[in-house]
Design a protein around this ligand. Structure first.
Ligand code: AMP
Length: 372
């Protein structure tokens, strides 16, 4: 049995799971929240000591950390040394909210579990296969280089897990498959995967670009930000607007897809309008990636919305029979867990629902790094 302690550390929370890699079983798991708030645990170090006590004598073989931004430095899961830790810290310029929070968890884990190896698994790593034409923003190249302004992409751990699981389900080598994977959760992105390699993805330098999300609006003319800045909004105002008050929430007043859908069913025009924009954007990227890949073997839906909303899948793929893409209404609506086909027997392209499991993927990659 190889056990990996998987840590997802936020600025005020630590989500953790203890996973047995061989059996893929989740042995334990919990979340420590409100770190640093009155009446709660004081800091990440204290939270980690509490988790250690909870684990008792079940010491893990390795610790796997979710790290949001690996920049252009990391293209795979990496054993954490002092140098690596310094590099993750330096990448905070690209992810000022996430990387410092990830580092807090990393330092706390090292202090609480001395002698246990720590591995960083980066959300961006899977997309380091993007070619320059796909990752380059067409701005002054010297400015871009000086500030690391390029597309990095996110949700890479999920794409890695889902693309492998889809290939296993289809009983085809991943190297032979062209996939378009929609990761539609609170955060949402889409990825074109050719032979197991990411060739295009909708999130960019930060997780703000691309699809409409719960509270993030995705694609936006950069000129709008200049105008808003001139109109008096500060950088903090823009940060709040774009990260917390946009997307489904900004359009409809509801950030949770279930609430938007039920409001729309009840006749709320703003909610219906939000869904229309959400679906329009999904189809925009589907078209782009169909052409980019030169055809596709399977379209895969994953994460909260992708796995659970037949209406979203139907709206995304509506009217595409001419492209060989056709859902089976019954299969799409069926309530069933696990990986499954939702396309019709006639459909040339297979449409799948594949539940993601980022924690298991982190555990597997961590075990692989530690096991050599
Ligand atoms: P995640 O970030 O992957 O946990 O996904 C969260 C999102 O999934 C939220 O917007 C939820 O409203 C959405 N979601 C979960 N279950 C359903 C469902 N049955 N129908 C539509 N959306 C759902």
């Amino acid at each position: 049995m190889t056990t990996v302690f998987v840590v997802n550390s936020g600025s005020s929370s630590i989500k953790w799971e203890l996973i047995d890699v061989e059996s893929a079983a989740r042995l334990r798991g919990s979340i420590v929240e409100r770190i640093g708030e009155p009446g709660a645990v004081a800091d990440h170090a204290a939270a980690m000591v509490g988790i250690l006590a909870e684990l008792g004598d079940e010491l893990p073989d390795a610790i796997g950390h979710r790290v949001v931004h690996g920049g252009s430095l990391f293209d795979e899961a990496t054993l954490i040394t002092e140098t690596v830790e310094r590099q993750i810290g330096a990448l905070s310029a690209l992810a000022p909210l996430h990387n410092p929070a990830n580092l807090l968890g990393l330092r706390a884990a090292r202090a609480a579990f001395p002698g246990v190896p720590n591995v960083a698994v980066f959300d961006t790593a899977f997309h380091q296969t993007l070619a320059p034409d796909a990752y380059t923003y067409a701005i002054d190249s010297q400015v871009a280089a000086a500030h690391g302004v390029r597309r990095y992409g996110f949700h890479g751990t999920s794409y890695q897990y889902v693309s492998r699981a889809a290939a296993e389900f289809l009983q085809k080598p991943r190297e032979s498959l062209k996939l378009i994977v929609f990761h539609l959760g609170n955060g949402a992105s889409v990825c074109a995967i050719d032979g197991g390699r990411s060739v295009d993805t909708s999130m960019g330098m930060t997780p703000l670009e691309g699809l409409v999300m719960g509270t993030r609006g995705g694609d936006l003319d950069a000129g709008a930000l200049i105008q808003l800045g001139r109109a008096g909004l500060s950088f903090d105002d823009l940060d709040r607007l774009l990260n917390r008050r946009s997307g489904l929430l900004g359009l409809s007043g509801h950030g949770d897809m279930r609430d938007v859908q039920s409001a729309a069913r009840a006749g709320d025009d703003a909610a219906q309008g939000a869904l229309d924009v959400y679906h329009h954007r999904l189809r925009h990227y589907l078209g782009a990636y169909l052409v980019g890949l030169g055809g596709v073997d399977a379209i895969v839906f994953t994460a909260g919305v992708g796995e659970n909303s037949p209406a979203t899948r139907a709206a995304t793929l509506r009217g595409l029979e001419g492209f060989g893409i056709e859902l089976d209404e019954g299969l799409n609506r069926a309530r069933q867990g696990g990986a499954r086909v939702v396309s019709s027997a006639r459909s040339a392209v297979t449409v799948l629902v594949v539940p993601t499991n980022e924690e298991l993927e982190i555990a597997r990659q961590t075990a692989a790094v530690v096991g050599g």
